[in-house]
Design a protein around this ligand. Structure first.
Ligand code: AVI
Length: 310
């Protein structure tokens, strides 16, 4: 059976520049490494976003109103959504959407135990594709997309995602966490940590291909390379081939020249006005923005007008 991963890897090795979606980072080992990244001293986004949520969740709760339904795009860190569930007034329902059923089931079981009055309705789906959600109750539908995961989309994907979120959340809002443009040294450190966890996370993509696709990537023959591309306002992560080497996959051989890279991730950084303009183009009416004292990260309240609103 040819998997989507196999097809995308063949396409990545065939085309130049070599490029593959960052979604393939997240097998069990990749998810474990990502959790470690979130704890690193250099990787500020998780800590800063948590600080912002802790400090301002009362204001967010007031905007959401009583009996809101929280729709989380990706079943992420329970720590973040717990802050909302604890502060919102009688939240009616929590709807986490994730492609990984296992991850969703675990998260749902924990939250059902912790919040007996809350209806937890996990949806196994790719939230970047068209979505059907269970019918709404009385309260507002509040989308939650933390962690600056939107930065891993292309600008076109980000606009398309926001457009469909604005539809889905009509009459409610989206709470969107975004990493902000800042001193490139700070960004560089966040993606080149001293312990090498981000390097291991990047290289795990090749280890995963060896495990699942039977490729022969020699991890020592690749170097983690992450840099800030200032004109494009994004961190780029690559794996540099240290030598000329041939990779066997699906009965073919693909040559990587010395110094050629496999581009594994973009992580876009945003300005406040950039996010607001993008959200507006997607059909939202931008509301309050909260940031940390150092201005490293931003959490935006984006109002999704109901059909009857202008
Ligand atoms: C999940 N995503 C928002 C992370 C980011 O910062 O773009 C993934 C990551 N890549 C390297 N470190 C963390």
């Amino acid at each position: 059976m040819t998997t989507e991963f196999a097809r995308d890897m063949v396409a990545a090795l065939s085309a130049r520049p070599h490029r593959i979606s960052p979604k393939y980072f997240y097998d069990a080992e990749g998810s474990r490494l990502f959790d470690r990244i979130c704890e690193l001293p250099e990787y500020y986004p998780t800590r800063k976003e948590l600080q912002i949520l802790e400090r301002h969740v009362g204001e967010m709760a007031a905007l959401a109103g009583r009996g809101a339904e929280i729709v989380e795009f990706g079943a992420g860190s329970l720590r973040k959504v717990r802050l909302l569930l604890d502060a919102f007034e009688a939240p009616a329902r929590y709807v986490p959407i994730d492609i990984s059923g296992e991850h969703l089931r675990d998260a749902a079981a924990i939250l059902r135990r912790e919040y007996p009055g809350l209806e937890v309705r996990p949806v196994i789906a790719d939230y970047t594709q068209g979505l059907q959600l269970p019918a709404m109750g009385e309260g507002r539908r509040i989308g939650f997309f933390p962690g600056s995961t939107i930065g891993n989309f292309t600008p076109e994907e980000a606009l398309a995602f926001l457009g469909s979120a604005a539809e889905l959340l009509r009459g409610g809002a989206l709470l969107l966490g975004v990493d902000l443009v800042k001193d490139p040294q700070v960004l560089h450190a966040a993606y080149n940590d001293a312990e090498g966890v981000t390097a291991a996370f990047n290289l795990n993509l090749l280890a995963r291909a060896n495990r699942e696709l039977g490729t022969n990537f020699q991890l020592r023959q690749f170097a983690h390379y992450a840099f800030y591309n200032a004109p494009l306002q994004r961190i780029e992560m690559h794996l540099i081939s240290r030598v000329r080497q041939a990779i066997a996959l699906a009965g073919e051989h693909f040559v990587l020249e010395e110094g050629e890279t496999l581009h594994t991730e973009n992580s876009y950084k945003f300005t406040m006005t950039g996010v607001r303009a993008l959200a507006q183009r997607a059909g939202f009416r931008p509301g309050p923005v909260w940031t940390d004292a150092d201005g490293l990260f931003g959490v935006h309240w984006l109002h999704a007008p109901a059909r009857s609103e202008p």
